[in-house]
Design a protein around this ligand. Sequence first.
Ligand SMILES: Cc1ncc(COP(=O)(O)O)c(C=O)c1O
Length: 188
Amino acid sequence: MGSRQNYSRRIQNDKNTFIKNELFRLKKNNLYRRIKIFDIEKDSTLKYKDINVYNFSSNDYLGLSKSQKAGNLNKIIQRHISQCSSRLISGSSSKIKSLEINLSKHRNTQSSLTFANGYMANLGVLSALGGKDTIIFSDELNHASIIDGCRLSSSQVNIFPHNAFSDLEKLVRESCVKKKNNYNRGNF
Ligand SMILES: Cc1ncc(COP(=O)(O)O)c(C=O)c1O
């Protein structure tokens, strides 16, 4: 039991090191992006840190979000749901932020990130955590969004039969041996 605990702790530490290194790399190369909060004002300007700014980065090219024809629905959408932009550009509001803070409290996590649907969550998480040096072990019946996320991440994907944990264990062991061999070859 003791060694299993040590093993989980080591995996956890390795995982944190990899994430810290990746964050360091992104920051060093000016690629680290933070979500900024913009709230839509009644006059359609955006409020950013108490400053009102014009929104030149929305995707509302045809102005449909302000169309009178959509009537009350538009008022609801514009004020409460859509900023007509990606969250990383000008599409994140204080309402989404407070939803995420409440979710973190509810799930007892450091922070949380909401996605529009499960498909996008799997694509986002797998492509952020995966990469050429990553091996993902995936159940053959995993949801299509996990399969697409694995592909998008450019990771090596090892598929095991549905719920066959002994096959999974074998695959993991084989991958560890292969990795070790590669490492040795590289050293010699
Ligand atoms: C395990 C799993 N992941 C992802 C999804 C996709 O979720 P969504 O339909 O919200 O995109 C589903 C949907 O059933 C699912 O069962």
